[in-house]
Design a binder for this molecule. Sequence first.
Ligand code: FES
Length: 691
Amino acid sequence: MPITAPSPWHRGEIAMQTAAGVAERMRDVGSRVVRSFMPEQHRQFFAQLPFIVAGTVDANGDAWATFLTGRPGFVRSPDATTLSVERTRDPLDPADAGLADGAPVGLLGIELHTRRRNRANGVIHRDNAAHGQAFEVAVEQSFGNCPQYIQLRDFAFVRDASAPSPSAPVALDVQSPRLRAMIERADTFFVASYFDREDGHRQVDVSHRGGKAGFVRVSDDGALTIPDFAGNLFFNTLGNIAANGRAGLVFADFETGDVLQLTGDAQVLLDSPETAAFQGAERLWRFVPRRVVLREDALPLRWTFRREGWSPNSLMTGDWNEAAQRMKAAALADAWRPYRVSRIVDESDVIRSFWLEPADGAGIVPHAAGQHLPVRVTLPGETKPLVRTYTLSVGPADGVVRISVKREGRASAHLHDALKVGDIIEARQPAGSFTIDPFEARPAVMLAAGVGITPMLAMLRHVVYEGLRKRRVRPVWLIASARTLASRAFAAEIDALARSAEGAGGAVNVIRVLSDPRGAQLKRDYDVSGRIDMDLLTSFLPFNDYDFYLCGPGAFMQTLYDGLRALNIADARIHAEAFGPASLVRLPDRGVEIRPMRPPATEAVPVRFVKSQRDAQWTPASGTLLELAEACGVETESSCRGGTCGTCRTRIVSGAVSYSSEPAFHVDDGEALICCARPAADTEAALQLDL
Ligand code: FES
């Protein structure tokens, strides 16, 4: 009978894993990755280090983190469950009290010049014969850590490793400018935390945290706010904090050898609105220091930042400035905001990209990949602005606004012909429900025709970014067609994305289709001539379970949709973005409950437009509520006029509306897409719209 190893996770860690939705996965992983002995590799690793980081707990139950330094070899591993550390006790170090005989300790071995790191937690044994100059750790937990968020630095000793610091420690106030200056420029720190198990055994951990310089925010009251990025999902530190609310932090000035140690109270913030505003943050935690000790020149080591030494993972994260700008922008969600055109790029002979920057001092609200940007332009000689929606061809992590516009119709022709770098246009918060989940394991098949490539590009950027960040890229098939080589957009960008995904073990398969391949070379410029149809799909796609994403002209999408449904692909697996009023006619899955539509009114219904204080009488001949509003001179905004873009979304003050079929754009109860809504029959309350 197989013996199941006990789970190494305690209730705090399990609570954090549950909140992250990974508790079940980590239950199996735990006993495999957390070992009670050190593998040979770890033992050798500790023996080559010039410093380790220790987490300890003092008599008051306060956690402290500190550096223990020595010439390589000062840590050795005589056997697989023992680390012996040659290092004289330092009473000036506030963490030293917790390095007594019998005390639990957390150790982290880390090489800043290779990004390797390993953890070993256990209990200290001191032999009186060593006279406080060495101790051993009986290792209870040993595990490796991934090399993320570690900036590359090379070390050098500046004095005898055993010589004490020439400076006395200084107790700092939590609001000290010195503390703020040191933390605000730090890109690295270490955190000690602990958990008292039910059997009375204390488990101490110490771990590394890294990000862009300034990733730790210091508030005026001295409290620190720290983003928690994607990691190994163990949640050792945050699990300890969730359980007992104590932590100890240590920052090093790598150039001067100064060490700043803080102990205090910590709290995990699982639902702060700032989490979404901080690029890459999955949650935040807050630390309020109670004691702060600065030890100048405490380290006999100095480090130099290596050229190109930034961790790619750190560079994928945001900063507090950007987060504040995003919070400001979120407050302007429903407003038309001015954007300055910063760059214009021709992507093909018909598609032009416009890069936009907010011109009102607020930041960019992260959108969902695949969404569109409502844009308002007033054409020369006209007074009423036109509203159009253009797909954002970037992902949320790109931190920029880029719309890619095909020349077709008056508004897009105006953008192509008249808009210059430096001009201002107005835009509102991105909208749309044609989006992708980058973390889904099922492969995605993106089918794009013509300018339908724009949301697919945004989705692909998002899938690759998140895949690189989490080290698992969702498999993607991108099948994109264009009429000619000259009308194909984004070929080089898509190629580069596919290559970067390869580096992370991802599979992005791109099939380029040209309907008119004259002047193009097979393999070099395209893979298939003709159109995207079911024959092409079945010849390229291996048999598998996929999510399909369709974007292109109405007929293209309807044909593919019908073809996929005929192959028994579930309706729920087919996602589609329709441009304009030609929205897709769907065949619901068998057994799926269809939300009953309210029947439309068949007789005259009074309608009140509340903001403009106009009353009108709707009759079946009036058409949609948008048409009625326009006929009454009520100010409205619309773009697709077919229920796909959301521009006409209007709050229903009272009454109810009816649609002939479910609009593609989802609105909440209490809202109406007036471009395709009519008054509902049999409602008791009069219909009043917030227009
Ligand atoms: S105008 Fe596009 S949904 Fe109504």
